[in-house]
Design a protein around this ligand. Sequence first.
Ligand code: NI
Length: 173
Amino acid sequence: MSLLKLVYYPDPVLLTTGKPVADEEFNADLAQTVENMFETMRTAGGVGLAAPQVGISKRFFVMDIPDEAGKGNPLAFFNPEIIAVEGEQIGDEGCLSFPGLYQQVRRDMRVIVRAQDVKGDRFEMDVNELSARCVLHETDHCDGIVFLDRMSPLKRQLAKRKIKRLQNTGKWE
Ligand code: NI
């Protein structure tokens, strides 16, 4: 396993829609990339990481949200599609491509997501709360959307000011 280099906002790859993962791409190389992404995510202290955040312009992401007992639950989603949403949650959100920035974001409370696993098999998952927030955040990354785009105009303005401050103090890499 090896650590991958994280890409920070405003790198263009974060603002570009990823290419779908084709059937013939589900192979050992892809599985290795997924393992490397898990390791990179854990080392950086995140619960979700999308391919564009390590410079790969493709539609997939990994997520590992521990259960109440603290047990991990590593999952990989390829070609994710949000097929239904319900309810609302408002809470602080962070992103490994925005180091040090946490800001309030409104998200759906419950999400049904359809995707493929690392072998290319299709599955559907019904998630809520933090897992729903993470699935929405990471699916956005696959589509070139960052959480800045999901903030209210006021919060976005505050966030942009804070990003400038972090960049000026050299804390943005
Ligand atoms: Ni993110």
